[in-house]
Design a protein around this ligand. Structure first.
Ligand code: ADP
Ligand code: SF4
Length: 686
């Protein structure tokens, strides 16, 4: 298919100092959890994006010195010449596809607690960064940098730039964002210096300018120099000679850089979850940059719609369309637009599971793209599938995220696939969950897979078909996959912090009841020890439908696990806006139809909350009755010609959607395949 001419502007080359990006698709630096210890995993992960058409592909943060040590979070490094080869693997792989490679040289300053190097963290004035935030909490305060420290920093940046050039990078960054050291110099709250680096804005930008200059001196005309900068706080500060300090900083640094990579200041606003922010949410902060500088500008905003990308360029907001999450969810996004297949883009859903992988300290995972991080170690290419050697028919029972991804992948391998779904509509848990406040974009998990399945000659879709054991034995399939999901229980939570006992009786509900259409009479208490998004979203929804709602959790915060996905502060704000009081560190111990009894998880002190309904969002168990009944019929299975019966997704182990999709995908990739390195190939440092 041919490209729609509407999108031609996205495929124009853009000059960045001495180098030229082949198009406007720019994978900005983003965390991948792949350190120098996983060089092949990292190289293939980045290379697949270049292959998919991204004109520039960058690393994540690359530490320039042991005083920027983010452990236990994963980070890459260019500390000395021994680190060069690991990065060269990536630049070579990216160059093979005609893209430029960028490196984000990074010093974390007071944000890094140097837990491994045990070097006192560096900062402009000895101020800790967000000292009550879990990630930055520590007992060691940063120290104030003196003139010699500033000289050292310039030397580390210059040495990092030289090594980056040796490694083959085309764009070398100075990173003044997100609380990291050069950014700390820009903000008067953190920079209280009285020397030439503190005070008025011209002094506060001095360090960043010097870092840009030493980078330029180090790379000469071989590489472009880029500045990545956070502008949220600066935009909120009135300038002396311009509308804001952000305007002043861009003007003051314009000559020193070849490219501005502009972003927000904190993870929840920069990598904003779709529950609370739309596509293009950075625009109100960064829309002025191109008016102040003639240098090219790249920015992000979870851009997945080519029309919105074109509008960003045509309205003079951005020159290059930055992508981090959209490039993870679909490494082939540019190519699909180029080939007139934009409807096939696997759009990022904005769930931020990818961010949670970094917080977990592991290679990136993605809800939409199960191949992310698996390109090298499992040899999973997002667009290439090993054809079935023996295309026998496969029956998938259950059309939720696991069943649907399994079916798409089997179909792409050439298997004849039948998907039977009990409900009248496909989608599993997402049939209901996508209708909860803020979760509409999550429905893309279902929509993309249905788009892939519908109309395929080797796929039969049967909605409204609840299958029992005898139905399955009567159908002629070689392999049967059971993807029947999980159910929520009415289990409570013990003082020993595990689910125990049951609370049955009128007025006690689970999310399955709400999904089935029950609106519990208010006032309602939502009791959460699942800790992810569902209880928070349900409380918000019920506050609209049932009126008075209280939220009770055993954890210290509402939807406590969502600190991993940047959603936590926004969940608190949403519940407060919906008028839902939050009771933390409380477990429910009883309910008599008029009030629930809750007790403090530490002291045991009891209190009562008046309510007519209790919704327990706690423990899930697999819905595996069908699976168990099938495997008990081994003789009949053999007679029916069924070679295997396999559970996948929540039916195997209840989890988040990301787990279900990966589980379905893995089954489909590995069916009748011979694996040389099970369960996956191990990477080693070079
Ligand atoms: P997962 O996340 O593992 O995909 P879900 O709970 O989202 O799990 O989806 C499971 C799907 O399986 C649901 O849509 C449910 O209606 C369907 N299902 C459950 N039992 C049967 C059955 N016996 N026959 C067909 N479909 C079923
Ligand atoms: Fe997007 Fe979620 Fe994938 Fe991250 S994990 S890239 S937010 S779909």
């Amino acid at each position: 298919m041919a490209r729609n001419h509407r999108f031609d502007v996205l495929f124009e080359p853009v000059r960045i100092g001495p180098v030229t990006a082949p198009n406007r698709f720019y994978q900005v630096p983003h965390a991948s959890g792949m350190t120098n210890a996983l060089p092949h995993v990292r190289a293939r992960f980045r290379a697949v994006k270049a292959e998919g058409g991204w004109g520039v592909v960058c690393t994540g943060a690359v530490s320039m010195h042991p005083s920027s040590d983010d452990s236990p979070l994963p980070f890459a490094m260019l500390w000395d010449d021994r680190d060069v080869r690991a990065h060269a693997l990536m630049t070579e792989a990216v160059h093979e596809h005609g893209a430029l490679a960028g490196v984000e040289l990074w010093h974390g300053g007071a944000c890094t607690l140097n837990r491994t190097s045990r070097i006192a963290p560096l900062s402009p004035s000895g101020m800790p960064w967000l000292s009550t935030h879990l990630g930055f909490m520590g007992n060691l305060r940063p120290r104030r940098m003196d003139a010699a420290d500033i000289r050292d920093l310039r030397n580390w940046q210059a040495a990092g730039a030289r090594r980056a050039m040796q490694a083959g990078f085309d764009i070398v960054y100075v990173y003044a964002g997100m609380g990291y050291l050069p950014y700390e110099f820009l903000l008067p709250e953190y920079n209280q210096r009285t020397d030439g680096y503190g005070g008025r804005i011209e002094n506060r930008v001095r360090l960043v300018r010097e870092l840009l200059e030493v980078t330029r001196d180090a790379v000469g005309e071989r590489c472009a120099v880029a500045l990545r900068i956070s502008l949220e706080e600066l935009r909120a500060k009135p300038g002396r000679n311009a509308p804001s300090e952000a305007h002043e900083v861009i003007a003051l640094l314009s000559q020193a850089t070849d490219l501005f990579d502009v972003k927000m200041d904190s993870s929840p606003t920069d990598c904003a979850p779709s529950r609370f922010s739309p596509e293009g949410s950075h625009e109100p902060v960064i829309d002025f940059v191109k008016k102040v500088t003639a240098k090219p500008v790249v920015g992000v905003g979870r851009f997945t719609s080519p029309d919105i990308m074109v509008s960003q360029v045509k309205r003079g907001i951005l020159d290059l369309i930055g992508g981090a999450r959209p490039s993870i969810a679909d490494p082939y996004l540019p190519k699909k637009i180029d080939e007139g297949r934009e409807h096939e883009i696997r759009e990022c859903i904005g769930c931020n599971i990818c961010i949670s992988s970094w917080h977990d300290g592991v290679p990136v995972r993605c809800t939409q793209n199960p191949t992310a991080g698996e390109e090298w170690r499992r040899d999973w290419h997002p667009e290439v599938f090993v054809p079935a050697t023996n295309a026998v028919p496969v029956l998938v029972v259950g059309g939720g995220p696991a069943g649907l991804d399994c079916a798409v992948t089997l179909a792409r391998r050439g298997y004849p696939v039948t998907v039977a779904e009990a409900a009248g509509e496909f989608g599993g848990r997402l049939r209901f969950e996508r209708r909860l406040p803020g979760l509409a974009a999550w429905g893309r998990v279902v929509d993309w897979r249905m788009g892939q399945l519908e109309g395929r000659a080797n796929v039969n879709l049967y909605p409204g078909s609840e299958l029992a054991v005898d139905d399955i034995l009567g159908l002629e399939h070689r392999h049967v996959v059971i993807a029947t999901g999980a159910r929520w229980t009415r289990m409570l939570y013990s003082t020993l912090e595990f689910p125990v006992g049951w609370l049955e009786g009128p007025g006690v509900y689970t999310p399955d009841d709400i999904a089935a259409g029950i609106v519990p009479p208010g006032p309602v208490v939502v009791f959460d020890f699942d800790n992810y998004y569902l209880a928070g979203a349900l409380a918000e929804q019920l506050a609209r439908q049932a009126g008075e709602v209280s939220y009770v959790t055993t954890a210290g915060n509402a939807s406590a696990w969502t600190f991993m996905t940047n959603e936590l502060p926004l969940v608190h704000r949403a519940l407060s806006k919906a008028g839902v009081p939050i009771h933390t560190l409380q477990r429910v111990s009883g309910f008599d139809g008029e009030s629930v009894t809750v007790c403090d998880v530490y002291s045991g002190a009891e209190k009562r909350i008046a309510c007519r309904s209790l919704v327990i969002v706690g423990m899930r168990v697999p819905k595996d009755d069908l699976y168990q009944a099938l495997i008990a019929r081994s003789v009949d299975l053999e007679r029916a010609g069924i070679a295997s019966v396999t559970r996948i997704g929540d039916c195997l182990a209840p989890g988040a959607i990301v787990h279900a999709v990966h589980s379905g995908h893995r089954f489909a990739r590995e069916l009748e395949a011979s694996l040389s390195d099970a369960p996956y190939r191990r990477d080693f440092p070079v």
